[in-house]
Design a protein around this ligand. Sequence first.
Ligand code: 5GP
Length: 143
Amino acid sequence: MSLEGNYDPDNIFAKIVRGDMPCVKVYEDANTLGFMDVFPQSSGHMLVIHKRSKARNLLDVNPDDLAHIMNSVQKLTRAAKATLNPDGIIITQYNGAPAGQTVFHLHVHIIPRYEGDLKPHASGNMADMDELQALATRIKAGF
Ligand code: 5GP
């Protein structure tokens, strides 16, 4: 899918927002949701989305919605640093399939980095749900 197109209300993150799909939630406020990535590139990989925005990518998001997303990204990044003690943290966001985007509901990745430990994007290895839940519980202690 290219940079242009219509928002699909049945994309996987829209289903998570509606509660039609489960997720391991780390953070929620009136506008945004932060949850564990089920195919994590590293331990503590999280995603932040807006709950009502119909933006597919960075190009079509309302700046106010983007501000809400980035506020939550900073909050979760600080919590990840405080609780997981990573060596670094990648904040990334893909626009369009050729750039690596696979879910077309705007989202920002928070990927803690530990020296020598990073899996490629979209590597397809699903995480153990109990491990994700334990990580989410640890990160929540950092708010
Ligand atoms: P993108 O490739 O669009 O930048 O990122 C989509 C991300 O969503 C990927 O990192 C992928 O692992 C993650 N993902 C895909 N399906 C699900 C799902 O059902 N639940 C969760 N929590 N993450 C998902």
